[in-house]
Write a protein of this length. Structure first.
Length: 187
């Protein structure tokens, strides 16, 4: 099994593997190209994001600056939007649903490290996927940790640190992020 296969399947992997280093460098080159394109040349920007990501919807918008590790693990939903300064560490797959809105400074982090220092110092990493449902609004400065799922139609308040799954149709805020109330989306 390759290091890339281990990485995307949540197994311990070596991030210094040549294939993974090449993948990160390729992503950075594409990100520089995207950053250099004027915002009014939206179709050119979309074309490069489609080249970078595993999948995109037909309509989406991502403000500069945008940063990711690989890009090939990002599944960007229809009509999803990211405001300035979005960072996605996509060692594992990141699924962003339809009509997702991310405010400035949102960070989605799939990569993690062993807790025991000897294993951590070895350089080995592992990653857990992130799933963001449809119609989710993520406030400014939110950090979503590895392995988290955010349910459809939910709102994550600004500055929250999401360390566990959030159900559908709720407002959740805080550090750690906790459900504060339900949202009646029946109407």
């Amino acid at each position: 099994m390759s290091e890339k296969e281990k990485m995307t399947q949540g197994l311990p992997y070596d991030p210094n593997n040549a294939e993974l280093v090449k993948g990160r460098l390729s992503a950075r080159r594409l990100l520089r190209e995207i950053t250099a394109i004027s915002e009014d040349e939206e179709q050119d920007r979309k074309m490069l994001f489609r080249k970078l990501f595993a999948e995109t919807g037909d309509e989406f918008y991502i403000e500069n600056p945008f940063i990711c590790d690989y890009g090939f693990n990002i599944y960007w939903g229809e009509n999803a939007y990211a405001n300035f300064g979005c960072i996605i560490l996509d060692a594992a797959p990141v699924y962003i649903g339809k009509n997702v809105m991310m405010a400035p400074g949102v960070k989605l982090m799939t990569a993690t490290h062993p807790l025991e220092y000897k294993a951590r110092n070895s350089g080995i990493e592992f990653a857990k996927p992130i799933h963001i449902g449809d119609n989710v609004w993520i406030g400014s400065g939110v950090i979503v940790n590895p392995g988290v799922k955010i349910g459809n139609n939910s709102v994550i308040g600004s500055g929250s640190v999401v360390v566990k799954d959030i159900p559908e149709n709720v407002v959740a805020v805080g550090n750690p992020c906790k459900v504060m109330k339900s949202i009646d989306n029946a109407g």
